[in-house]
Design a binder for this molecule. Structure first.
Ligand code: G4P
Ligand code: NA
Ligand code: NA
Length: 196
């Protein structure tokens, strides 16, 4: 197990409905030393890419993205979510559907902060169905910028997001891939990945 998998086993809580609570170190309280290790690991996995910007989405992606950005020495842009907006022509907008929350959101980034010169690493805390992530990809592509890679802390490998995004040809690196969970025993099953 790698450092994140070990921490998930130690402090993660399996809830009914295939939900993994990581509130004590990632989603609510944040362990900055752990985030820093994640930043170093992403820097290693994307070492051959010329990344000049990190893109994430509010709210819970922002903390991780900021620490990752320190390792790449680049700025962070976070996409905003909003149910309705006045389109004034200065925003990139993607419509995103949330399976969990059963609603549609617009994901928005100002045109000032993404352009065809940008080489973007997308960062997020969770990947489940990947709707939010596909919205971010769509925004990068509509700006003419390049998606150099995608870094995720925890991927739920039994939901479809990871497979869809890898099939599109993106380099998607998830530090922990959970292939199954058992709420009655609290067991968590990780996908085997190359050792670090
Ligand atoms: P998706 O298509 O973007 O993968 O989203 P999905 O509707 O599956 O998930 C909705 C939200 O729930 C996302 O956060 C996602 O990160 C989070 N999520 C999904 N599965 C789990 C889980 O097992 N544990 C935890 N802790 N979170 C999970 P969000 O509502 O978009 O954003 P945020 O405001 O929390 O960042
Ligand atoms: Na979340
Ligand atoms: Na998130």
């Amino acid at each position: 197990m790698n450092f994140l998998e070990e921490r998930i086993v130690k402090d993660g809580i399996v809830k009914e409905g295939n939900v993994l609570k990581v509130d004590s170190f990632l989603n609510h309280q944040m362990d900055i030393k752990l985030l820093n290790q994640m930043g170093a690991e992403f820097k290693k996995r994307f070492a051959d890419k010329n990344i000049n910007k990190i893109l994430t989405i509010e709210a819970s992606g922002i903390g991780i993205a900021c620490i990752v950005a320190e390792h790449f020495d680049v700025p962070v842009v976070f996409a905003k979510k909003s149910q309705s907006i006045n389109l004034d022509g200065e925003m990139y907008v993607a419509e995103v559907e949330s399976f969990t929350h059963k609603c549609k959101n617009n994901v928005i980034v100002s045109q000032k902060f993404l352009s065809e010169d940008d080489h973007v690493l997308i960062i997020d805390d969770f990947l489940a169905n990947g709707c939010a992530l596909q919205g971010l990809i769509q925004i990068v592509q509509s700006s003419g910028a390049t998606v150099e890679g995608i870094g995720i802390a925890i991927e739920k490998g039994f939901q479809s997001g990871g497979r869809i995004i890898r099939n599109l040809g993106f380099q998607l690196e998830s530090l922990a891939i959970v292939d199954g969970m058992d709420a009655s025993t609290g067991q968590i099953f990780f996908r085997e990945q190359d050792a670090e």
